[in-house]
Design a protein around this ligand. Structure first.
Ligand code: FCB
Length: 440
């Protein structure tokens, strides 16, 4: 790598990230059924109808995986806990084996000198809660608060940081408007409600954890840079609508207690009554803000109903997800977040990385493309720090190849290669490169 630890400020956190449903093996250990099991079982939703029943078999290989994390020399491991593993029905009876599992995970990290960074929800909603309306039902905020307390009473004394929700845009828009993630709806009323309730759940969970005396609590949103397809006023306006829905809705809600006018234009008629009264909870102060970044989107106007835009791919190099590689977007989004929303509050890049068709050959995996991707994004991080933004850490997605949601096991994001027949783990070139950079 072109970078080494000593180039970054003292205490800067290097981390790797995963999530529960993508790696654990959700059929093990008494976990309940989730909306992703249902979504994947519905033909046409997921490549080869693959699901997270086995994942990377991390449930049975936790110690080996913890050793691999330690071998990287990272400071922090960002993982998520599954609501349905803790509360199989979403509410009521607790799965003690689930609590034990996360308890061992946290202790295993601490024993290895790694900070446990928890995310409480990375999309595997318990199916019974989906039956009850899922993110459309306002009660989800208190259900989520109860889950948060149940889990944090067990591990909250030892975790380093907590974020309630991973990527509210995905929970709301991607899953209820575009229909591309569970529960696979395409319904604007459901979308508006999910986008609002996910923020209400976020604020509720923060309040419950404050009640337990916890700190270092944050919010993790994903952002895409919105680039107009040309200079025409119509294209610029379309990109601004995209930006409002994708990025500014969530930042505005959490940090300003308001939604952007360009998003309300289409969503307001569908928001639940009295939505404005919820900002007191939604803006409950957090200690840090997390940003997940992968790519930009080129946006063009079109004459379909609101939001009246279409999404395009520009001419930059692509990852195997078909995502353009655009490091500048990370820089610009970080600068904007600090300037317009979060000020002096610490910021973390909580996910960044790329997928590629990496292959095992002769016992090793060469992924120079990933090393370049990480180098280029770390360049931007250095610039942002030099500009005075309080950026305190950088987490790479992902520790290992895993279940990439609707794209199944085909898209490999890991710094560790996983053979999905034998579950053998092989650190890739990028793993060794990062480990060397962090040692230096
Ligand atoms: C993010 C998700 C993560 C993974 C990466 C590629 O949006 O948080 O689970 O799918 O994208």
């Amino acid at each position: 790598m072109n970078h080494k630890r000593s180039d970054f400020p003292e205490g800067f956190q290097f981390g790797v990230a995963t999530s529960s449903y993508q790696i654990e093996g959700h059929s093990f250990g008494g976990a309940g059924r989730t909306q992703w099991d249902d979504f994947a079982a519905t033909p046409g939703n997921v490549v080869r109808a693959e699901n997270g029943a086995v994942g990377c078999d991390h449930y049975h290989r936790m110690d080996e995986d913890l050793d691999l994390i330690a071998g990287l020399g990272v400071d922090t491991y960002r993982f998520s806990t599954s609501w349905a593993r803790v509360l199989p029905e979403g509410r009521g009876a607790v799965n003690e084996a689930g609590l034990d599992f996360y308890d061992r995970l946290v202790d295993g990290l601490l024993e290895r000198g790694i900070n446990p960074a928890v995310t409480l929800y990375h999309w595997e909603l318990p199916s019974p809660l989906n039956d009850a309306g899922g993110w459309r039902n306002r009660d989800i905020a208190s259900w989520f608060g109860d889950y948060t307390e149940t889990l944090m009473k067990r591990i909250g004394d030892r975790v380093w940081s907590v974020a309630p929700i991973n990527e509210p845009w995905c929970v709301g828009w991607l899953s209820h408007f575009m229909g591309l993630h569970a529960p696979g709806l395409r319904d604007i009323r459901a979308t508006a409600r999910a986008m609002h309730h996910v923020l209400l759940a976020h604020g509720t969970a923060i309040q419950r954890m404050r009640g337990l005396g916890m700190n270092n609590l944050g919010a993790v949103c994903n952002f895409e840079w919105a680039a107009p397809i040309d200079d025409s006023p119509a294209a610029v306006a379309a990109a601004a609508r995209y930006d409002a829905i994708y990025n500014r809705f969530f930042l505005g809600g959490i940090f300003k207690g308001e939604y952007p006018a360009l998003a309300l234009e289409g969503l307001e008629p569908h928001l639940p009554q009295g939505w404005q009264d919820d900002f007191g909870v939604i803006t409950t102060p957090v200690d840090w803000s997390g940003l997940n970044y992968y790519t930009r989107k080129v946006v063009a106007p079109d004459d379909s109903p609101w939001p009246s835009y279409s999404e395009h791919t520009g001419d930059l190099p692509l990852t195997s997800m078909g995502w353009e590689i655009y490091p500048q977007g990370l820089h610009d989004l970080l600068m904007r977040m600090a300037r317009e929303y979060t000020g002096d509050m610490p910021i973390y890049v909580t996910e960044n990385g790329m997928s590629a068709p990496d292959q095992l050959s002769g016992g090793s995996v060469e992924d120079p493309h990933r090393v370049s991707y990480l180098n280029a994004h770390m360049d931007e991080i250095k610039k942002v720090i030099a500009a005075g933004v309080p950026l305190k850490g950088y987490y790479i997605w992902s520790l290992m190849d895993n279940y990439e949601w609707a794209l199944g096991y085909e898209k490999r994001f890991g710094m560790i290669h996983v053979d999905f027949d034998t579950f053998e783990r092989t650190p890739k070139q990028s793993y060794h490169a990062l480990a060397a950079a962090l040692r230096s």
